[in-house]
Design a protein around this ligand. Structure first.
Ligand SMILES: Nc1nc2c(ncn2[C@@H]2O[C@H](COP(=O)(O)OP(=O)(O)OP(=O)(O)O)[C@@H](O)[C@H]2O)c(=O)[nH]1
Ligand SMILES: [Mg+2]
Length: 299
């Protein structure tokens, strides 16, 4: 008797829609099938958190092919890791998986327009540490730094001093992208950050192909207007994958207790252990806001 799994083929989820997702086939990376999936089949009912969608970009799946363009997801392969946040604006404990099976998170901030945002960087650093994913911090739009006093031109210094890899660059200046290009080669990288920081622009420049729309930044609010609306995984060359994500306003952490939080702020932790004052230090505000948010949630 034939095994029903014999007719299944494997691939990676590249884009997720309600009840359907695009899957790039392992056997033919230029071929993409639109596949339906059954929420009830894959959602993990045992955890107290509900996932917004059972599949995410980067998930490995096995599918049954139905025609030249579509199929059905039959199996979801367990994830090696994932980057998740608390889904914003919802009641209850709902999770949004931004990406699965990734090597590194490229945390993109702009030097200006929108303003450099240490709060979001700090949250992503915690999430990557929890999942043991390499974080790379990109500070885009360095062209806007000319005319800014010297001492204010390196807002990321705090992070490089702590040993994080920081890449100050300008998307439109190819020479400034070389170091980052080397780092993303042969890896799966997810590009995250606020709207308008230049994630899609950077990806255009690095991979040299049109991958999505590039937006404008609102002159009044300084915020982008969410030009990329769904996360998309692309595979420009064998072994290299990247995921462009829509800009996020909030990155809500979960599964971490307020008292564990200080360990993710090692420079504050050490001083607090020695009972020294920390409330004047740069990341203290971030620490405090995240801690208060987690305490409110636990009430
Ligand atoms: N001055 C300057 N502008 C840039 C740079 N990189 C991108 N931009 C501009 O910033 C705006 C937003 O760029 P996008 O690439 O759409 O930003 P995004 O992060 O993908 O935004 P979302 O898709 O909304 O999350 C566009 O007008 C880009 O031309 C840069 O290095 N310098
Ligand atoms: Mg974009």
């Amino acid at each position: 008797m034939s095994n029903p799994n014999d007719s299944l083929i494997s691939g990676v989820v590249s884009e997720v829609f309600p009840n359907q997702c695009n899957v790039i086939l392992d056997s033919d990376p230029n071929r993409k099938l639109l596949c339906s999936y059954r929420r009830s089949q894959f959602l993990n009912k045992k955890t107290e958190w509900r996932e917004r969608s059972p599949v995410a970009p980067g998930d490995y799946v096995e599918i049954k092919v139905l025609g030249s363009k579509d199929g059905v997801v039959e199996n979801l392969i367990p994830r090696k890791n994932q980057i998740q946040r608390k889904a914003p604006g919802r009641e209850g404990q709902v999770l949004h998986t931004i990406a699965a099976n990734i090597d590194q998170v490229v945390i993109v901030s702009a030097f200006l327009d929108p303003p450099f945002s240490p709060g979001l960087i700090d949250r992503f650093l915690i999430a990557t540490q929890q999942e043991q994913i390499v974080p790379l911090i990109v500070i885009n739009k360095m062209d806007l730094a000319s005319g800014i006093p010297e001492e204010k031109r390196t807002p990321w210094k705090l992070y490089s001093d702590m040993g994080y890899q920081c890449f100050p660059l300008t998307a439109h200046d190819p020479a400034s992208l070389e170091a980052l290009k080397e780092k993303v080669k042969g890896k799966t990288s997810v590009f995250c950050g606020h709207s308008g920081v230049g994630k899609t622009s950077l990806l255009h420049e690095i991979f040299g192909e049109k991958i999505g729309k590039i937006g404008t930044v609102n002159a009044v609010t300084g915020k982008g207007k969410h030009t990329t609306t769904t996360s998309v995984l692309l595979q420009p060359e064998a072994g290299t994958r990247f995921i462009d994500t829509p800009g996020i306003k909030e990155f809500g952490l979960f599964n971490i207790k307020p008292k564990e939080l200080l360990e993710h702020f090692p420079e504050l932790y050490e001083l607090e252990q020695k009972r020294e004052r920390i409330d004047h230090l740069p990341r203290y505000q971030s620490y405090l806001r995240i801690k208060q948010g987690l305490e409110d949630e636990n009430r």
